[in-house]
Design a protein around this ligand. Structure first.
Ligand SMILES: Cc1cc2nc3c(=O)[nH]c(=O)nc-3n(C[C@H](O)[C@H](O)[C@H](O)COP(=O)(O)OP(=O)(O)OC[C@H]3O[C@@H](n4cnc5c(N)ncnc54)[C@H](O)[C@@H]3O)c2cc1C
Length: 378
């Protein structure tokens, strides 16, 4: 019997494999696709923090600011001293998996988990490896299998309440300003989320998110700014922006997108996924060492990740809900506040893509009238 089976070799699952294997545990990592990192469903924007956690050369560009486009056509520029990395997501996923393999994880590609069961003393996973049915047992199972997690469906039975559908393309379009991401607000370019254009050298990643099922329509409005017939590939997907009420069971935990541990305001989940895996690996290691894998010991996982990220994700989730209901008129009123030099300078000083609550609270503290715009909708 294995110590741990991890389902899903995205960044969260591979990092979990790496962290457990380097502490001497016997880990099997299952990936349904024939190749790690494909298909890509991501823009690849991460903070320097992520690049410190993963040994990777996947960075293709660095940005230091954003041009925020308001529905009436106005644009505000914000910037910060730390760079945000635009990376080649496929390469990044491969690099995290390589770390796991080097540490001793057994990675099986083309291996799709089709059923997962917990028993009193072990867990059991049935998976299809290159079409053949295989069964394996482990003391613990980790669901790192993304937004449509099999582990979550079979053991937990509930799902994240708020899911953004995202539609993104790689376009043969070179943005003039390679140092800033474009962010598009308003009802024409997104449904309760935002649209974006991210410079990646000769390519641009153009996309939008929607809390309603029609990201495609919003995308068409956004894409028309970049000229027709420039699309090289479509790489959208779903982003869970609310975490589950429970992320552990008797013999399993859920990490990353499978648990909805994603930043609600940006939809970024690579950093939070890896942090959740670090927390999970510590708790699983200690439960295995003490031969006490059970609901009580695994519940420490939720305590740990919430201590690191819980308040941030909870607060950002509240702000996201307010943001999602803003009208174009309200965005225009917000523009008049945000474009004031004293406000942009606060954003420039405290902006942090992993911990946006700092900037939201600082801006509100200086400009309490924003609260009125957020709470009294017109
Ligand atoms: C359009 C778009 C843009 C995004 N941009 C960013 C960004 O710029 N920055 C950022 O931080 N985040 C971004 N995200 C979010 C980010 O992609 C996810 O949060 C991140 O991939 C979560 O990592 P994960 O390992 O938890 O899950 P995933 O990356 O989804 O990995 C899950 C893995 O499990 C595998 N799997 C699923 N089911 C099974 C099964 N039954 N058996 C075996 N394997 C299985 C999948 O093939 C996959 O490899 C974006 C998302 C989208 C859709």
């Amino acid at each position: 019997m294995r110590d741990v089976i991890v389902v899903g070799a995205g960044p969260s699952g591979s990092y979990m494999g790496y962290d457990l294997s380097r502490h001497g545990f016997d880990v099997l990592l299952l990936e349904e696709h024939k190749e790690v990192g494909r298909p890509v469903e991501c823009t690849g924007l991460v903070s320097e923090r992520v690049m410190k956690l993963v040994h990777t050369k996947a960075g293709v560009n660095k940005v230091s600011g954003a041009n925020i486009h308001f529905p009436g056509g106005e644009i505000t520029h914000v910037s910060k001293s730390e760079k945000t990395i635009v990376m080649d997501r496929e390469q990044f996923d491969k690099d995290v998996s390589r770390m796991a393999i080097d540490a001793g994880t057994d990675l099986c590609i083309d291996s799709r988990a089709i059923s997962v069961k917990e028993h009193a003393d072990y867990t059991e996973v049935k998976y299809r490896k290159a079409g053949k049915l295989v069964e394996e047992k482990a003391k613990v199972i980790v669901g790192a299998d993304g937004v449509n997690s099999r582990v979550r469906k079979d053991i937990y039975g509930f799902r994240p309440k708020r899911i953004v559908s995202a539609y993104q393309v790689d376009a043969a379009y070179e943005m003039q300003d390679q140092e800033s991401v474009d962010v598009y607000l308003g009802s024409k370019t997104s449904g309760g989320f935002f649209g974006w254009a991210t410079p990646a050298g000769p390519l641009t990643k153009i996309g939008t998110g929607s809390l309603y099922p029609t990201a495609r329509n919003f995308f068409n409005n956004l894409n028309s700014r970049f000229g027709k017939d420039r699309i090289l590939g479509i790489n959208g997907g779903a982003i869970p922006i609310s975490y589950l009420k429970r992320t552990y069971s008797d013999r399993s935990i859920l990490v990353g997108d499978a648990a909805g541990i994603v930043k609600p305001l940006s939809g970024g989940g690579i950093y939070t996924g890896i942090i959740s895996s670090q927390c999970g690996s510590q708790v699983i290691s200690s439960a295995l060492e003490n031969e006490s894998v059970n609901r009580r010991t695994l519940s420490q996982y939720q305590r740990k990740w919430k201590r690191k990220l819980g308040l941030e994700l909870w607060f950002d989730g509240l702000v996201q809900k307010l943001f999602a209901s803003l009208s174009d008129n309200t965005f225009e009123r917000l523009y008049r506040v945000i474009s004031r030099p004293e406000v942009t300078s606060v954003i420039n000083r405290v902006g942090d893509i992993d911990y946006p609550s700092k900037v939201v609270l600082s801006v509100i503290a200086k400009n309490p009238e924003i609260l009125k715009y957020l709470l009294v909708r017109k």
